[in-house]
Design a protein around this ligand. Structure first.
Ligand code: FEO
Ligand code: CA
Ligand code: CA
Ligand code: CA
Length: 589
């Protein structure tokens, strides 16, 4: 039976019902417009999408696959415009069984060189100029800002302490500073000076491992290189073959920064932020003028990090911040049972991070961030996905998506459930008052915001702010966004395992509506929900529908949905959706 939501939530929308079908759905009173889909034009000279005649050359000019992070950068730069801007979107990975007729997920050896190049070109990121006119959003197809970054041909420069290190040098790049491509770009973030941060997450699955990785064997094992790769790009691209380019995997797993307002800007891999499977990176300008960046390493029993710049942000002069992310201190989190959180510095020469443990420089510490974090005693978490400061409360929220590998004997206060199938959300509380919290401090407090799952199933061990409605429960929190009121909008990845579609749930973070999640939007069959992002005035809420139709056994010929085109012969297409209120007001009320 339906449970009446506890009164006092500031959210005014009528809650959407749980469900699972071929279409997407949004709460009553809202419109959900498909804005841009896989294969749509990005570069002005891109050809039209022809699903039965894909080419790498076309894909490199078209919107990539599996949109994840979405960022909105107002135009003109520095304005607060909410009807004109640049959308930056990550393309995390590809689903060959939904892209190529007759190719199954395991058919690596049946892929042609062209198919593999299409995959490389469908990864990376897109920048597209968008405009809202007459209530409808449109892509400006002729915009000079429009840009694609791909794994196929885009050039990246490596900066910071590991740039040029021997462990990053390859036959193709003896300088150790120039990399072709970015891969598995999951979530991201933005800086106060208008650049975008793009994470490199599960980069291990693109490398064909060598039986003997030599000096890097332990490093590569820790990153999962050598597990069965999900891609066989090495067949046609030597750089993905560890036997031929033993250092190439050290050139991935970084945070990438680029300027979306300058289509010629060369993206930078910022090594000072560490190398792991970065989910995202979100920033907050600290009271002392330094920038603080939070990032999760999304794998079972991995860690949460923060980076503090050495220099101060110069808000009046974006160019002065161009290399700010190259110098600073990387910290990793340790959560204690009494509600304390200690940030432990990962600095060469300090504590165990010395040559006795195989670290000979800060570059070594950064290349093997995970091992450094192990040694200082960080707390292994239940898969840290997005970690994001709340602009209103100044506290920092962390989505821990799930971790079914956690056994009874490994539970701890911050990861309290064994076989954690539903995930949870932690709130980290820097010292100081609201609006003046010190994100540079090394001692925080923390508490659990919610334990996801279905409260009707006692075995889930779910806990929300109180009794939520039957549609209010969620599973596997992944990305998040905050609105102007500081309310949290959570996107999920994994709820279909529990009979409901992935989507968006929103809640207050304070007051009687705290952690009382309400269902707002749901994705079509087979999809996960990514990229929630508001325009500055909150009148548009962008969401990214990733891998629609991707159920087990789904194929190009028989996908689980043909969303959003619903045309015979046209496969499902990952797409970014713009949600607006029918009366034009702010989303959420
Ligand atoms: Fe790409 Fe951690 O999700
Ligand atoms: Ca994803
Ligand atoms: Ca994610
Ligand atoms: Ca995920």
């Amino acid at each position: 039976a339906a449970i009446a939501p506890r009164p006092g939530s500031t959210l005014t929308f009528r809650e959407l019902a749980h469900g699972y079908d071929e279409d997407h759905h949004v709460a009553e009173g809202y419109d959900a417009q498909v804005l841009i889909r896989w294969g749509d034009k990005v570069l002005p000279d891109a050809p039209p999408f022809e699903p039965r005649n894909l080419t790498a050359a076309a894909q490199a000019k078209q919107f990539g696959y599996n949109n994840d992070y979405v960022g909105f950068f107002p135009l003109p730069r520095g304005s607060k415009s909410s009807d004109h801007g640049l959308l930056t979107v990550n393309h995390e990975y590809t689903d060959r069984q939904l892209m190529f007729p007759g190719i199954g997920p395991e058919d690596l050896d049946r892929q042609t060189a062209e198919m593999i190049d299409i995959e490389l070109a469908a990864h990376g990121a897109s920048v597209v100029e968008i405009k809202r006119e007459g209530g409808r959003w449109q892509v400006v197809e002729t915009s000079p800002y429009n840009r694609r970054l791909t794994a196929l041909a885009s050039e990246f420069v490596v900066t910071g302490p590991a740039a040029g290190h021997d462990r990053l040098k390859t036959k193709a790049d003896p300088t150790g500073t120039k990399v072709i491509g970015t891969i598995n770009n999951c979530a991201g973030g933005e800086t106060p000076w208008g650049t975008v941060l793009v994470a490199e997450e599960n980069f291990h699955q693109y490398f064909r491992a060598s039986a003997d990785a030599g000096a890097e064997a332990a490093n590569y094992k820790r990153m999962g290189i050598g597990d069965r790769p999900a891609y066989d790009w090495a067949r046609f691209h030597d750089r993905f073959d560890v036997a031929k380019e033993p250092n190439e995997p050290n050139r991935f797993g970084w945070m990438v920064e680029f300027d979306p307002y300058d289509p010629k800007s060369v993206p930078k891999k910022r090594t000072a932020l560490g190398r792991c499977k970065h989910e995202a990176a979100t920033t907050i300008l600290n009271g002392d003028g330094r920038l603080v960046i939070y990032s999760g390493d999304d794998e079972a029993f991995e860690y949460v990090y923060k980076f503090i710049t050495s220099g101060k942000v110069d808000p009046a002069n974006p160019a002065a911040n161009a290399d700010l992310l190259d110098a600073g201190t990387l910290y990793v989190g340790r959560f204690d049972a009494e509600g304390g959180l200690t940030w432990l510095p990962l600095v060469f020469g300090e504590g165990p991070l010395t040559s006795a443990n195989g670290f000979h420089s800060q570059a070594d510490v950064l290349i093997e961030t995970r091992r450094a974090a192990d040694l200082v005693g960080a707390t292994p978490m239940d898969r840290p996905e997005d970690v994001e400061p709340n602009p209103v409360t100044g506290t920092v929220f962390m989505n821990l998506t799930n971790n079914t590998k956690r056994k009874d004997d490994r539970q701890d206060a911050a990861n309290p459930r064994a076989r954690n199938a539903h995930g949870h959300i932690i709130e980290m509380i820097p010292p100081g008052e609201r609006g003046k919290r010190d994100h540079a401090a090394t001692a925080y407090r923390w508490s659990i915001f919610l334990l996801a799952g279905n409260p009707a199933n006692a075995k889930d061990g779910a806990r929300y702010g109180g009794e939520i409605s039957e549609n209010g429960w969620l599973s596997c929190p992944d990305n998040m966004a905050f609105d102007r009121e500081g309310r949290i909008w959570i996107s999920t990845d994994g709820a279909p395992k529990f009979g409901i579609a992935d989507g968006i749930w929103a809640a207050d973070v304070e007051g009687p509506g705290r952690a009382m999640t309400r269902h707002f939007y749901r994705t079509p069959r087979g999809a996960e929900m990514c990229g929630p992002c508001f325009t500055p005035d909150n009148t548009t809420f962008f969401v990214a529908v990733q891998h629609p139709g991707d159920e087990a056994k789904a194929t190009y010929e028989a996908p689980a949905t043909r969303w959003p085109d619903f045309k015979d012969g046209v496969p499902p297409r990952p797409a970014v959706v713009a949600i607006t209120r029918k009366d034009g007001g702010p989303v959420g009320g």
